[in-house]
Write a protein that binds this ligand. Structure first.
Ligand code: MN
Length: 490
């Protein structure tokens, strides 16, 4: 994350003379150095220039567009920077933009303040001129407003950086599909051409037969080494080691194929496993734990979104994973959702050391698959889904509160997470269903609705949020108006 750069570009003009401009540049460098030291900032803010002319702005935007390390630009106007100077540059901007509205001094210095001070410190009106042109050009942008040494301000900037890293990841993401979508399922379908145009995703298919051949080529030595890692990292709660070994081979084979193609996400389906002895369970869980995205039953949209959210949230410590709403606990006043999947829940959500178990699986008609079984952690989280509305994608994000599962469920042989949707389970589920949200989601203890909203804005897709204050009537109106707006936007 620290290797990812954001360019700090300070707006000014020649009106103030070289001394003022020198002070501005010096302070901007000092601010970037301070900001980079703070724990709220995951990436590196690089002070690039104090820009004074339209050509300087156009040139630096062009450079930012073509620099692979540059994930976005952060602009600030220490002095007044006439915004017609910015039009040609900003019109060409292809990277996320944050307008950092701040000022160098925290408070008004009672006795020191004179007209020289006023000349130098003009952020309060400089940032308004700068804001107008963003609004006038109708450009997607984040406005972070606050003092540059305050934790809350830097936290907002830091989380925006994470969203921009997600946008960068999205634009180069490759998804490997084994098999098509589960037969007849609608919500996991989607327009892959539209997804690539809007989100950059290259979603393509590889034959399961090729994976079967790759599994057969995995050596016993490689398998032994991976089994030793399993023994160390997890609790081996089965005697059926040959079933576990087969999952180790699947893991090695899928990783080889993904890495060969540079793919960072994959999907498969239990309906297309010809030649495989088990449905990938433990193997898929392990690959997700390593940071790849995954979606079950051919769900390439959730696979890609899982990868992007994992990248955005790197190092935040909570965990993000492919998830499915399974069943409800509808005891009045004590309602919960139970989330799981038939095997594939990412162990980054685990509250303790996962157990490797082998159990029969009633679906898919294959051998008993090995899987990791664990309970999810308690804490605030979000669930996200991406659906294809026909002509556009809609990202729906819901705030949830995860709890330690309120019962043991000793006969449930899969990993499980329990949560309550906001504003309440029943209203939350109603809103989710009204918006068309899928049963598959990305569950994240790290990604916030604001981060995902910023990401959606960067990608140019519709965003719908369900949280503590969402009202059913207003929500329905919002969906109706949003549908009209997005039909116009195209
Ligand atoms: Mn599923």
């Amino acid at each position: 994350m620290k290797e990812r750069q954001f360019w700090f570009i300070v707006g000014s003009q020649h009106l103030y003379g070289p001394e003022v401009l020198k002070t501005v540049a010096c302070r901007a460098e000092q601010m970037a150095a301070y900001i980079n030291e703070q724990r709220e900032i995951p990436c590196t803010l690089v002070y690039k220039a104090t820009v004074k002319t339209p050509d300087e702005i156009s040139n630096i935007v062009r450079e930012a567009n073509y620099d692979n390390n540059c994930c976005g630009i952060v602009t600030w106007c220490h002095t007044f920077s006439p915004s017609k100077m910015w039009i040609n540059g900003l019109k060409n901007l292809q990277k996320p933009w944050c307008h950092f509205a701040t000022q160098y001094h925290r408070t008004i210095p009672n006795e020191e303040i004179d007209m020289d001070f006023m000349n130098l410190n003009q952020a309060a009106h400089g940032d308004r001129e700068h804001g107008f042109i963003g609004a006038r050009l109708r450009l997607p942008r984040k406005v972070v407003m606050g003092y540059w040494q305050d934790g809350s301000t830097l936290s907002e900037l830091g989380l925006w950086m994470r969203s921009a890293v997600g946008a960068m990841e999205s634009r180069s993401l490759k998804v490997m599909r084994f098999g098509d979508n589960m037969r007849q399922v609608a919500v996991t379908e989607g327009d892959k051409v539209e997804a690539q145009i809007k989100l950059g995703w290259q979603v393509n298919t590889w034959p399961v037969g090729e994976l079967v051949e790759e599994i057969a080529r995995v050596s016993e030595e490689e398998t032994d080494a991976l089994m030793a890692e399993y023994e160390k990292k997890y609790q081996m709660a089965t005697d059926n080691l040959s079933a576990v070994r087969y999952q180790a081979k699947i893991e090695l084979a899928i990783c080889k194929m993904l890495d060969r193609e540079g793919a960072k996400a994959f999907s498969n389906t239990f309906e297309d496993l010809t030649g495989m002895k088990q449905l990938p369970g433990l193997a898929t869980q392990r690959i997700m734990e390593a940071g790849y995205g995954y979606g079950g039953e051919g769900d390439w949209k959730t696979a890609a979104l899982t990868r992007i959210i994992k990248v955005m949230c790197e190092g935040m410590g909570g965990g993000s994973a492919f998830m499915e709403d399974y069943t409800y606990h509808l005891q009045e006043g004590n309602e919960y959702s139970l989330g799981a999947h038939m095997l594939e829940v990412c162990p980054t959500l685990s509250s303790d050391k996962p157990r490797i178990e082998v159990h029969p699986l009633g679906i898919g008609g294959k051998g008993d698959p090995a899987r990791l079984v664990f309970e999810g952690k308690a804490g605030k989280a979000t669930v996200s889904t991406l659906i294809d509305m026909g002509g556009r994608m809609r990202l729906i994000v819901q705030d949830v509160e995860a709890v330690k599962p309120i019962m043991d469920m000793p006969n449930l042989p899969v990993a499980r997470v329990m949560w309550r949707a906001l504003p309440s389970l029943t209203t939350g589920a109603k809103l989710w269903i009204l918006a068309g949200g899928a049963h598959h989601t990305v569950f994240s203890y790290d990604a916030t609705a604001e981060m995902l909203s910023d990401w959606a804005e960067m990608m140019g897709i519709e965003f719908v949020h369900i949280g503590a204050d969402t009202n059913v009537e207003l929500f329905k109106q919002q969906l109706m108006l949003s549908d009209m707006v997005w039909k116009l936007k195209g």
